[in-house]
Design a binder for this molecule. Structure first.
Ligand code: SF4
Length: 706
């Protein structure tokens, strides 16, 4: 037989994909990853899903960027798919780091000095480490001198975080995923964990098999529904109607936790009044769930010894995303199902570091640890921490992701620095986003591949892939974990921390960070929630949960046991009413589009579509359509169809799929050849500015040209 290569080293790290935060080991030979194994981390206990196990060889892909690139003066800013990967040098020329950094830095500095700080924007990444997120936002706030800094949290849980901060004073989860094994009832709403949080889903399945009542609430069927005690397949966009009906039952049947409400909350009477018009009988025809099922579900949730709610983008990505989350919070508060093991609220984080990047201040309205930029005391604290003159930091919250694209179109933003994000693929109404990015006077993109966004850049800076760097990453459970460098970046590609620092120097900052641990140390001293976590401890233990407020603090996996981090320690009920989706189906566009992810692919596909095994399993863009809808359209499974909205159209392959209800179509957003975000709507939730990626009106026709 053939002798398999033997690794020459093993490096303990974490998975670069989802927020579950599985710990793994890279097996390396000759600076190449041979294979990956799961190890015994708190979130995975040795388990890995297909992405974590097989999605690693993108790091060694021949299309990796290995030299800085500068756009040729005469090269048009054309969409990605028109650039042949072998003809990149028709559009860009290779440059030295010195030349590329000097050009990037001087242009950004020039825009700041002539057009004002708010003419600049930085987008960081939820794929980068906490240290990268922290330094990036510090660069934007102190070097660009604006709060115009954001990242893809805006597209995922911004609404959940707004509602949680408002209601219970903290945007993170109250209990870890593993608490599903201690709960009697689990509600999973607007989430498809077997696809998006696969290892977390295995713990939910184990719990269901051991007798926990799993209630799945979702307009689509998922793999998890096979094990569910109940699947409430409510009509898309009717979350508030259904959740208010559940609360109506709890109030009217006297199932509320009176003492908990009296001792630990405010605003209950207003909520109760608001629920009057939401009886199960009145809501049943709206949400499509019969009154008796609503009653039974409400009773189960309210009366169990421990009920836990976990949710995903199906809740958050709506113009009423904040209201949806407010209802979930109210449900847990009125029944006292929070503050104990096996209860609580868990918005399942998507990216491996979306929790940490937000914690580190990569958002336009908050400094690290959610200290508001508008608060003079918070500004004074960070001015001292960053050794700035008093009054330097801007008090005005910055622009969010979707607002930035409109501000460019309106001629208010002229320069951008994008690190590891791909808004040309991920932003709603992507045609508009691409036009905006192409219109910028100066765009600097730092990435590992020439992404759809990098194609529109003036300067492209080649960065490191996940296994090529060391840093901390915070998972969905508030677990800060250490990712360790296993291999070196290819060619002249550099560490992201180094690149951020070089840009910072060129916009006038005098930074001299050495090891990543120096950045972590500065960060933790500005963030009370992680101030007790030391680098040494991370090296020893690999993972520490926050809040961890002093050295030696074991960390708290379950929070809100005695009080909430709000005024007087009390949580706040916030009532919600029905607000319809921004764009409803009509005769011209009669169907509904739902976007999301597939098991094998990650977000905009730049990594997983270059991972051999994952790409082999799901190589082509597909739309999941109910078989009866396909038949009506005259499309056989595997044939092409065209999806069109008022904003754009794409052509892709139809797949017969009974998990979507009739009239609704599900499309993953990872395929550049059929970028579905050219079709989606950029209407957003007024509170959290999160776009309505889970609902817009479309029509489908048979055929089309891919
Ligand atoms: Fe990675 Fe998430 Fe899969 Fe775990 S469940 S291996 S963190 S993608």
């Amino acid at each position: 037989g053939v002798a398999l290569p033997v690794p020459d080293k093993q490096v303990d790290s974490v998975c670069p994909y989802c927020g579950v935060g599985c710990q793994l080991t890279y097996n390396v030979k000759d600076d190449k990853i041979l294979f990956v194994e799961g190890r015994d981390g708190p979130a995975n206990h040795g388990r890995l899903c297909v992405k974590g196990r097989y999605g690693f060889d993108y790091a060694h892909h021949p299309q990796r960027l290995t030299k800085p690139l500068i756009r040729r003066a005469d090269a048009p800013k054309v969409p990605h798919q028109t650039i042949d990967p072998d003809r990149v040098l028709d559009y860009f020329r290779e440059a030295s780091w010195e030349e590329a950094l000097e050009l990037a830095g001087s242009k950004l500095r020039g825009i700041r000095d002539t057009k004002g700080p708010n003419a600049l924007v930085g987008f960081g990444s939820a794929k980068g480490s906490n240290e990268e997120a922290y330094l990036f936002q510090k660069l934007v706030r102190t070097g660009f001198r604006t709060n115009n800094v954001d990242h893809c949290t805006r597209l995922c849980h911004a609404s959940s975080v707004s509602a949680l901060l408002e209601g219970i004073g903290s945007g993170a989860v109250s209990n870890p995923v593993m608490d599903v094994t201690k709960a009697e009832v689990i509600i999973v709403i607007g989430a498809n964990p077997t696809v998006n949080h696969p290892v977390a889903a295995t713990w939910m399945k184990n719990a269901a098999k051991n007798g926990t009542k799993l209630i799945v609430m979702d307009p689509r069927k998922s793999d998890l529904t096979r094990l569910a005690y109940r699947h409430l397949q409510f009509k898309p966009d009717t979350d508030v109607a259904m959740l208010n009906a559940l609360m109506h039952v709890i109030v009217h049947e006297g199932l509320v936790a009176k003492e908990f409400i009296e001792d630990r909350t405010t605003g209950y009477e207003d909520l109760k009044k608001n629920l009057v018009g939401y009886s199960p009988e009145e809501m049943a025809p709206i949400c499509g769930i019969d009154a008796e099922t609503l009653r039974e579900t409400a009773r189960l949730y309210a009366t169990s010894k421990g009920s836990m709610i976990l949710w995903g983008m199906g809740v958050s990505q709506h113009v009423h995303g904040t209201d949806n989350a407010r209802c979930l919070i109210a449900l847990s508060l009125m029944t006292g199902q929070i503050g104990r093991p096996g209860t609580g609220l868990h918005p399942l984080r998507g990216q491996n570091n979306v929790q940490g990047a937000s914690d580190a201040g990569l958002i336009p309205m908050m400094f690290p640890d959610y200290q508001k930029v508008a608060d003079p005391e918070a500004r004074a604290r960070f001015e001292k921490h960053w050794k700035l003159k008093p009054g330097t930091l801007d008090a005005q919250p910055g622009l969010t992701v979707v607002e930035v694209m409109h501000a460019i179109a309106a001629g208010k933003v002229h320069g951008m620095y994008i690190m590891g994000e791909n808004p040309a693929m991920s932003d709603p109404d992507a045609n508009h986003a691409r036009e905006a990015l192409a219109k910028l006077e100066h765009l600097v993109v730092q990435d590992i591949f020439l992404t759809e966004t990098a194609c529109l850049a003036d300067v492209v800076l080649p960065a490191s892939a996940f296994p090529e760097k060391t840093g901390t990453f915070t998972n969905t459970d508030r677990l800060v974990q250490l990712g360790r460098q296993a291999v070196n970046p290819p060619g002249d590609a550099k560490q992201d921390l180094w690149i951020i620092q070089e840009i910072a120097r060129r916009v006038g900052l005098d930074w001299n960070y050495g090891h990543v641990s120096e950045v972590f140390d500065e960060m933790r001293h500005g963030m009370p929630s992680i101030s007790g976590i030391t680098w040494d401890r991370l090296e020893r233990e690999s993972a520490v949960t926050y809040p961890c407020t002093h050295e030696g603090d074991p960390g708290e996996p379950v929070v809100f046991i005695d009080d909430f981090p709000r005024e007087g320690g009390r949580a706040q009920f916030v009532p919600a009413d029905i607000i319809p989706a921004a764009e409803r189906p009509d005769t011209e566009y009669p169907m509904v589009l739902i976007t999301g992810r597939q098991l094998e692919h990650w977000h905009t596909g730049s990594m997983t579509r270059r991972a051999t095994v994952l790409d082999a399993i799901e190589p082509d863009p597909v739309a999941l359509v109910h078989p009866l809808d396909l038949e009506r359209l005259g499309v056989k499974p595997g044939e092409l169809l065209t999806i069109e909205s008022r904003r754009g159209k794409v052509t892709l392959y139809g797949r017969a799929d009974e998990t979507s209800p009739r009239g609704a179509v599900f499309v993953p957003f990872c395929y550049y050849e059929a970028a579905i975000n050219r079709v989606t709507n950029d209407a957003f939730d007024p509170v959290a500015k999160i776009p309505e990626l889970k609902y817009c009106a479309i029509r489908i026709t048979a055929g089309g040209t891919p």
